[in-house]
Design a protein around this ligand. Structure first.
Ligand code: NAD
Length: 483
């Protein structure tokens, strides 16, 4: 019996107006397990209208930050209650082990909701001294108001966590939202919207319209009543969204891709660095925006380090993520499987040395062997383009300056990692690398309280923490003539 997933609009589960559905396929068994509503502009119109009505004329628009805070805390409790279920929705949809979603995605999502709850009643204005108005005294103060109706467009790789990165802060700020989950992963977003209703959020504050990006996503970006688009996904789609949203001057924040460097110096703890690099490379089958896929290693240790990392890669057991002893599951879809294999072929053709893994055969399920290339250069395609799979490229360097130059020679700037035991070097390199977040002797320390986002083609804006909440506000100034 196939599951039937519907939109969630104004507190109700509803089918698509046009009656169309998308089939959802397990990347492990390649069997269809569910259908989801395939939305069109008509569904988007209904959801945006519900969100607008709650904001401008509904209870929500009048609710204090204190009340929004307690609703968000209640939502976090309900997510805690349903943690296993939510982790299973996401893990099964993209073929990863449930324990990974329980390790990172769900606790991080809960933390984000709680962090946002903490800010909801602390969104303060300022009193600004001025020289007055035409010789008369004035009082000027600012308010931070919700930016309005938000369209939240989410990818499939860590869907629940990224949905929380958006809805926690935007609800704290007092906005309403229409979520557009990725085609492959609507279930956790739909469940979260239902939990919002259970927590007591008024109907219409959180809506979900499922369907194709170029239909539902585009309709949201074009909609005249949407005030902001928050998008996580590929740079190509991010660029298209910015252009469409520009026509109506929507606020846009973009969390895009990466080709993040992990810089390993000769003085690092080699075993710790190799384990850490492997984690940064292979977590979620490498389908992570901050995947540390360019591994820059000081030449004096390059050979030994490359062997160690290749041994770790070869020892990873890949297979059905529900089976005992399996460490890595499938990649999310056939398109991913083919793209990743094509990059591995390209790496071999361009002359990098294959140290572990290689091109994977297709049996049942989209399983890719963890792959390491050595003796690569930063000009090779595998060092320049985002592969979004378990493929690492090792590039040797001689000096600190050269390491920074290679790290920065990329269109991307999301994360970076520095592995060294030299404290001053660690800070010097961390400050010189162009990236949104740098980990010293640890990979991608994402935390609900820390701002997350990139520079260059990795995106615009920051999510999470106070920066994430303020991104959903507009500052208004009010001046009173003091007569
Ligand atoms: P994608 O850009 O194809 O899709 C992302 C979302 O956008 C999906 O919901 C999709 O349906 C929607 N979409 C597709 N076309 C659209 C359009 N024309 N208009 C509006 N919406 C549209 O990306 P993906 O393949 O789902 O995800 C992988 C990419 O996301 C990678 O590049 C990865 O690095 C990036 N990513 C970034 C972060 C981050 O925090 N920076 C996190 C996760 C993923």
């Amino acid at each position: 019996m196939l599951k039937t997933l519907l939109h969630f609009i104004s507190g109700q589960s509803v089918p698509a107006v046009a009656g169309e559905v998308i089939t959802l396929t397990s990347p492990v068994t390649e069997k269809i397990y569910a259908t989801s509503a395939s939305g069109t502009k008509a569904d988007v119109d209904l959801a945006v209208q519900a969100a607008r009505e709650q904001l401008d004329g509904g209870v929500w628009g009048q609710l204090s930050g204190v009340r929004r805070s307690s609703l968000l805390h209640r939502l976090a409790e309900l997510v805690e209650r349903d943690a296993q279920l939510i982790a299973a929705f996401d893990a099964n949809a993209i073929g990863r082990p449930v324990r990974e979603a329980m390790l990172l995605d769900v606790p991080n999502g809960i933390g984000t909701l709680r962090n946002a709850a903490g800010w909801a009643d602390k969104i303060e204005g300022r009193t600004i001294p001025t020289d007055g108005y035409m010789g008369q005294k004035t009082l000027s103060y600012t308010q931070r108001n919700p930016v309005g109706v938000v369209a939240a467009i989410v990818p499939w790789n860590t869907p629940f966590m990224i949905t929380c990165w958006k809805i926690g802060p935007l609800l704290a700020a007092g906005c309403t939202v229409v979520i557009k989950p990725a085609e492959e992963t609507p279930e956790s977003a739909l469940h979260l919207a239902k939990l919002c209703k259970e927590a007591g959020f008024p109907d219409g504050v959180v809506n979900v319209v499922t369907g194709y990006g170029n239909v539902v996503g585009t309709a949201l970006c074009e909609h005249p009543d949407v005030d902001k688009v928050t998008f996580t996904g590929s740079p190509a789609v991010g660029r298209a969204i910015q252009q469409i949203a520009g026509a109506t001057f929507k606020r846009v924040s973009l969390e895009l891709g990466g080709k993040s460097p992990q810089i390993v110096f000769g003085d690092a703890d080699l075993e710790q660095a190799a384990q850490g690099c492997a984690m940064g490379l292979f977590f979620n089958q490498g389908q992570v925006c901050a995947s540390g896929s360019r591994i820059l290693v000081q030449r004096e240790i390059a050979e030994k380090f490359s062997r160690t990392l290749a041994d770790i890669a070869s020892s990873i057991t890949v297979g059905d993520p529900g089976a005992d002893g399996i460490q890595m599951g499938a990649v999310a879809k056939r398109k991913q499987f083919d793209n990743i294999n094509a990059y591995i072929k390209k790496g071999i053709e361009e002359g990098a040395t294959l140290l572990a893994g290689g091109v994977s055969d297709h049996g049942t399920g989209y399983f890719i062997k963890p792959t390491i290339f050595g003796n690569a250069s930063n000009q090779m395609t595998i060092a320049r383009e985002e592969i979004f799979g378990p493929v690492g490229t090792i590039i040797a360097f001689d000096t600190e300056q050269e390491a920074v130059a290679i790290a920065n020679d990329s269109q991307y700037g999301l994360g970076a990692t520095v592995w060294t035991n030299n404290l001053a070097r660690a800070h010097k390199v961390a400050q010189a690398v162009k990236a949104g977040a740098v980990g010293i002797n640890c990979w991608a320390p994402i935390d609900p309280g820390l701002p997350w986002g990139g520079v260059k083609s990795s995106g615009i804006g920051r999510e999470c923490g106070l920066a994430g909440v303020l991104a959903y506000t507009e500052e208004k100034v009010i001046t009173v003539l003091m007569r």
